[in-house]
Design a protein around this ligand. Sequence first.
Ligand code: CDP
Ligand code: CDP
Length: 231
Amino acid sequence: MSPYGVITFDGPAASGKSSVAQRIAAALDLPVVSSGLLYRAATLIAEGAQIDLDDEEAVMARLRRHDVELEPVHDGNRVRLDGADVTETLHTDEVDGSVSAVARHPRVRSWVSEHLRRVAPPFVIDGRDMGTVVFPEASDKFYLTASPEVRAKRRVGERAADLERVAHAIRRRDALDAHQLVPANDAQRIDTDPLTLDEVVALVLEALRARRASSVGAPTAGPTTDHAEEC
Ligand code: CDP
Ligand code: CDP
């Protein structure tokens, strides 16, 4: 039996959640689930229907017409909309710009949470409120942070876009997502500003091992670096 249940990674845009979640899942041979993709799929559906994104009932009426599936694959997730793979269309500037407006509707949030709770543990998942609202009973919770400047540089590296514009979009999304961006009390917080992806992954793996070692009576490992702290 796996010693893991649900391992959550929450944090703001470009803090490294999905990359770290993928690497941890690969290291532990677990599936990985990206909750943001479902919010992005809901946004794609609403944008395609050209409805008012602030109209929760109109958005929900559209979502009910479609079948959305999130399929964990070896290096991430594929999203199918009525059977068609739409994964590659979910990370556009257009979806980035509208997703927070769609994600703030309580019934959209319930729609996403219901999809996620159908996945059988163990798995690794990333999002904003995975450790607080969707899986409060998760076995291991991490909250990744980084300054808006560092996060903007990371995104520019990925999309070859203009730094100022990306930094502005990230700050705007932080503000709109603020309600969901509250760390769980029992999450381990990691400031990733000075850390490479490899260093964050090493820190998380060490924390997971230390917790399991201490739960079977072995000596508890102390904090591995100054960058990790309980929230
Ligand atoms: O990778 P990035 O953090 O940029 O985005 P994402 O995780 O794909 O999430 C896209 C958007 O979905 C976020 O900006 C939030 O508005 C919303 N979201 C949310 O509200 N709650 C989650 N658990 C995950 C995403
Ligand atoms: O999922 P989220 O939006 O939080 O971030 P991500 O998509 O995993 O990471 C955004 C980019 O930052 C990716 O290209 C990562 O490789 C990079 N990254 C980094 O350079 N250093 C880190 N410590 C974490 C992520």
